[in-house]
Design a protein around this ligand. Sequence first.
Ligand code: NAG
Ligand code: NAG
Ligand code: NAG
Ligand code: NAG
Ligand code: NAG
Ligand code: NAG
Ligand code: NAG
Length: 918
Amino acid sequence: MLPKILILLCAFLPEKATGSTVKPLRYNLKILTRLDAGGARNLFEGIVSIDIEATKSTRFIYLNSSDLYILKRKTWLLRWASGKKLSVLQLQKNVREPRVVKLVIELPLRYGEKYTLNMFFSRNFNQKGHGYYASYYDKTPKVFYSMTRFEPEYAQTAFPCFDNPHFRTPYNITMVHDRKFVALTHMPPIKETPYDEIENYVSTTFMGSPPLATHQVMWTLHSLQKVYSGPTATGENITVWSRPHLAKSLAKVAEMTPKLFRNCETLFAYPLPKGPDWSGKLDHIVMPEYTELYSGQGLMVYGEDKVNPGRRGHESLQGMLAELVARQWNGLLVSSSDLNEVYVRDGVNYYLSFQAMGMEKEGYNMTYLLRTRLDVLYYDSLAKEKAIATDVRSTRHQKLRKNKMCLLIHMIKVAISDKLFFKGLQEFIKRYANSSALTTELWEELQRAARQTHQLPIGVSLHTVMESWLKKPGFPLLTVQRDDEKQKVTITQKHYNPKKMDISSKDCWWIPVVYIVKNLPLSQVEWLGCQRKKADILELKHIVNPKDWLLLNVDAAVPLRVLYDSYNLQLISTALLQDFTQIPELSRAQLVDDALSFAWSGLLPYNVTLKVISYLSKETSFVVWETALFHLKNLQGIMRLTTGFRIFKLFMKKLMKPVFKAAIKSLPMKARTSPEIPNIPKIFLNTTKTENKTDSSLPMILYQPACQFEVKECLADAQERFQSAIEQKSISSIPEEIRETVLCRGIRNSLEDDWVMVRDMYFEAKNDKDKSILLNSLSCTTEYWAMQKLLKWALDPEMVPSTLTAGLLSAVMRSSLGYYVGKEFLIANTAAILNRKDFKLILNAFVNVITTKDEFSSLNNRLRSNLPASQKSTISSMLEPALDKVIWRKSLYFDLLKAIRDLTLENGNSNSSVQDSP
Ligand SMILES: *[C@@H]1O[C@H](CO)[C@@H](O)[C@H](O)[C@H]1NC(C)=O
Ligand SMILES: *[C@@H]1O[C@H](CO)[C@@H](O)[C@H](O)[C@H]1NC(C)=O
Ligand SMILES: *[C@@H]1O[C@H](CO)[C@@H](O)[C@H](O)[C@H]1NC(C)=O
Ligand SMILES: *[C@@H]1O[C@H](CO)[C@@H](O)[C@H](O)[C@H]1NC(C)=O
Ligand SMILES: *[C@@H]1O[C@H](CO)[C@@H](O)[C@H](O)[C@H]1NC(C)=O
Ligand SMILES: *[C@@H]1O[C@H](CO)[C@@H](O)[C@H](O)[C@H]1NC(C)=O
Ligand SMILES: *[C@@H]1O[C@H](CO)[C@@H](O)[C@H](O)[C@H]1NC(C)=O
């Protein structure tokens, strides 16, 4: 027996590309799924009938099939010309290519003739979240569902196929399943008939689909409820499936989606195919505990966590949908030829979602660009990050890939101009519509558009540029040196390295250097090269007058940081103080971000950084403040535990007071009528740009720090709102974004009765969001007994749902009393905490408040002696952020204090002294 198998295994040498002998024309797929079958195992089986055309005369067919159970005697062909059946003599597998099956047929197929290949297959469900998989939510009882995820190449684990993205064929799908499940796929169902062989089973047949690649095929069985169903203004039928409690939050989905389709159609300048042959329906499936974003023809799947009530929740849901909608063009209409590159597609779509949303709400694209940038510049400068071309299966890395790719698309857009970028993108969609393309083909199309009007120098190839970014981790630091005597500016690059490790790194990038100078707001682009792995030096002559500032990386063009020489930085600081509007908003955000990051890592002294940011007291831009607060809150977290806090607080108060006073005027005192969501979405209404640019976002983000730094106007406002909430016994009058701050302030200053009142509101609250706000604000108490009580509840699921525990403990550790009581709590409850599934989240609450070496060692030792050996390796990465703070406090704390004092003295205020210890 053994020798025979060996012969079979070696019997064929792999040939290139599937289908070198035949070409698939249509799939007929019938899948029977046993899901939640009363004790029986979950499994599926099916019959696939593939119409093929022989592209040469051959006795062999190479097919992809992985982990499927297939049988020779249940595999046969039908010759169309004669109606005769051909049997298959052998099914061969080769160890070197485990995903390929070679079919040996009794008679050769004839060139150009058509056949139908029929195969039976079956398989137990795998639970890994790819291929055709089964899963469940809830525990008592478990609620099962099944779902497909065939990207990048898992279709072959669900049915035997020619798994090659170049083949696009129509699909006829029939699903046989327990009648308690709803079956969905790309197309609307055309009939449902009882399936006689199994009790309670039905057979659902769907309309034939338009041509799809194997990885685009999708289907699902679920028992969610239909919470919305109706036609859009353009005639497509939208159905939303979810658990009933989300119905209200999802009510707007049917209204949002068509708008996003319209916006994307404008961006791509290409209408999607329409009409009943092309589905004409869109199902939104909102699955509990689902962490991916997945979509295909006529189907979109996302998790319940993407759906949140309120204005912010509404916006983020819409942004996520915009991504999925963009994928209908870039992903479905044009698919990826190389599925290892889908991260590029996802990054492009993420970027386009900003633009599509920007058409709904002014400023959205800038806000999200900067948030993405902040995130990328932080994570991509950590030592352990990998190049984004590398496929590491961690959530963190996958997010970095998408986010960084998004910024790189922005880079191309700025470098070649908006107009040419969209022209190139539109050409790309037009050229490759209904087929597949590589990312290099996208770069080529963009480059072609740019070359036509000489927006890209001949020496710069977009392909090379992108390779330099995709294939290495991190990002560059540009150093700018002015020589005003020689009228020369020298720009150099090196790997940005905040922790000064790996100094010898000679990495370089292709960078469009986009600059403006004072009085010349039209930006110029020069390229800084990286030829033969050696960084060029860019020398620009006569571009700037001696007394004028020079500003690089305008429009946040490239994900990088810019270090100016002290003279230029001084010119910029002065300009900001004189009239900050002469410097564009995106640049101000970058200047503040860079200055605070450089100071944090010691690249720039704090006295210089404070000069840059001291103009913030006049700054009215939401995005600039959001960026600034990201860093300042981090500093606050350390400073509050030092004796220098009083001085820091004075400085911050001075910075925030003027802008807060001005901003709070736009904050309504009465509750903005909370977004009443009508039951029937007004899909026929075109609500145009509903929100003003000067909406109330700025006071919302300033509110918490302003109260924290004791800006009088904030304290008074909070007190007033708190009193009125207590009188009304309801927090709904307080705008959602500032609820926690208002309650916290109130509780801190009020009587025990109020604490008890808020506690009762917590017990009565319905949704998790309200619960978490009420609970966290209870931790602002200054009463020892109240704090102890709260901590006693923290680990008791009867009192505090386990999803809220980590948030509560973070809030406790942020309060001044809680900081001490919480530490004791950790010592007393280490074992109980480490036993929990979410122990890392909980530990974060304690890691975040570490600022000294002693605290660091003590937590480190505690973890080392209490965690099981298998977990010990994660300790150091868990503690990494804390280590940064310990180092900062030791080395830069005085620098900051001294800088604040000098600045205050300079401004004629000498009553703060610096004699505190770190
Ligand atoms: C499918 O099979 C072909 C051989 O016919 C092979 O070259 C190809 O890599 C396989 N595709 C996948 C996605 O496994
Ligand atoms: C596939 O579906 C189409 C449309 O329903 C139908 O006309 C066709 O006969 C089906 N193809 C096969 C091979 O059954
Ligand atoms: C939407 O659904 C209705 C009723 O189910 C159907 O008549 C109509 O053809 C559908 N529209 C499209 C575009 O498929
Ligand atoms: C945001 O969109 C507006 C209008 O489409 C455009 O003018 C602006 O350049 C965009 N900003 C960014 C940062 O993409
Ligand atoms: C910052 O401090 C250093 C010395 O501590 C001093 O040489 C430098 O001039 C100061 N810079 C500014 C802008 O005040
Ligand atoms: C929707 O917008 C279009 C064009 O912008 C306009 O013609 C139409 O009257 C609007 N419909 C409603 C209901 O406002
Ligand atoms: C937008 O702002 C203008 C002027 O500040 C104001 O009159 C208008 O009512 C605002 N619109 C909305 C929808 O808030």
